[in-house]
Design a protein around this ligand. Structure first.
Ligand code: DGY
Length: 320
């Protein structure tokens, strides 16, 4: 029998590659983290039994056809899997997996990095000092939002939403959340209240998005809903860019009425025109899971999913 071939489309954290080699597979790993052109991806995966890939690679019918009938699993190096056509995988009997759980805390940390940076205008302050424009302490310079006593609105109380809410307990904040059902983890320890999305937008000082992207929630924050945000509110997005109508957000930010902290973008890595010129938004390059420990844990989990399927077992964290 031929040794199963595993393709890793991008340079990722150890230990995925050695784990897969030790399991006895023929590993073809691209040691480059820049996104490969599509034809290169399709060439690379031809004949693979398993592919470990990242969120910028579209796993659709074309991808699955290019891999060929021997493909048994696609392991996504991310918890979000909007890049994967799950129905197409199912139709062809290809398993697919993601990396839930291991990046929860790191992503909640980056949400809080954005909350604190946007609330206290950290980046604007750094720029002022760095550019030599700071002229000493001033009574009204770069005044920000006081977190103590503020209301944090969590949209989507899954693992990351809950971890982000939990971190508010040291800040003396109220928590509200929108979610399809009550979440005892928030209701009990945080005395949080479940509310409708529009009410959350109208009553929160800080709104943090934590829902997975699905076509039905594209632009769930559209121009109408963005207009519901309170004056001076902060909007934080560490989930997926397409949850917000980014052009509408640029218009709302341009009024100076609200502030934002973004880790993800609708047309990643491109940003909507005007966004980078605005002082009232903090912009990060999709760093949610970017810690050494988390990326290693993601690599390990992705490799474990591949090893399980190629050994005839169920994937640990299946999405198809
Ligand atoms: C994810 O896992 O979905 C993040 O966006 C990248 O780690």
């Amino acid at each position: 029998m031929l040794t199963p071939q595993v393709v890793i489309t991008h340079l990722i954290s150890p230990p995925a590659e050695p784990m897969l080699r030790e399991a006895g597979f023929a590993v073809v790993a691209r040691h480059d983290e820049t996104p490969p052109p599509r034809p290169e991806v399709l060439r690379m995966i031809a004949g693979a039994s398993a592919v470990l890939t990242v969120l910028s690679v579209k796993v659709d019918d074309e991808f699955l056809a290019a891999a060929g009938p021997g493909l048994r699993i696609v392991a996504n190096y991310a918890v979000g899997f909007d890049n994967i056509d799950v129905a197409a995988c199912r139709r062809r009997g290809v398993r697919a997996s993601n990396t839930p759980g291991v990046l929860t805390e790191a992503t909640a940390d980056i949400a809080w990095s954005l909350i604190l940076s946007a609330a206290r205008r950290v980046i604007e302050g750094d720029r002022l000092v760095r550019t030599g424009q700071w002229q000493g302490w001033r009574p009204t310079e770069l005044l920000g939002l006081e977190l103590s006593g503020a209301t944090l609105g969590i949209i989507g109380a899954g693992r990351i939403g809950c971890a982000t809410a939990r971190r508010s307990s040291g800040f003396n904040m109220r928590v509200v959340y929108s979610h399809p059902r009550d979440v005892p983890e928030l209701d009990g320890p945080l005395a949080a209240r479940r509310v409708e999305l529009d009410e959350l937008l109208q009553t929160s000082d800080i709104v943090s998005l934590h829902v997975p992207y699905r076509p039905e929630n594209r632009h769930m924050l559209d121009a109408r809903r963005l207009a519901l945000l309170r004056d001076g509110a902060l909007l934080i997005n560490t989930a997926r860019g397409s949850l917000i109508d980014e052009a509408a957000l640029v218009r709302e930010l341009s009024t100076g009425r609200i502030r934002a902290g973004l880790d993800v973008y609708e047309f990643e890595p491109r940003l909507s025109p005007g966004l980078t010129e605005l002082p009232n938004v903090v912009l990060l390059p999709h760093l949610g899971s970017a810690t050494h420990a988390t990326r290693r844990a993601m690599a390990r989990l992705a490799a474990e999913n591949i090893i399980a399927v190629l050994s005839g077992r169920e994937p640990l964290t299946p999405i198809a």
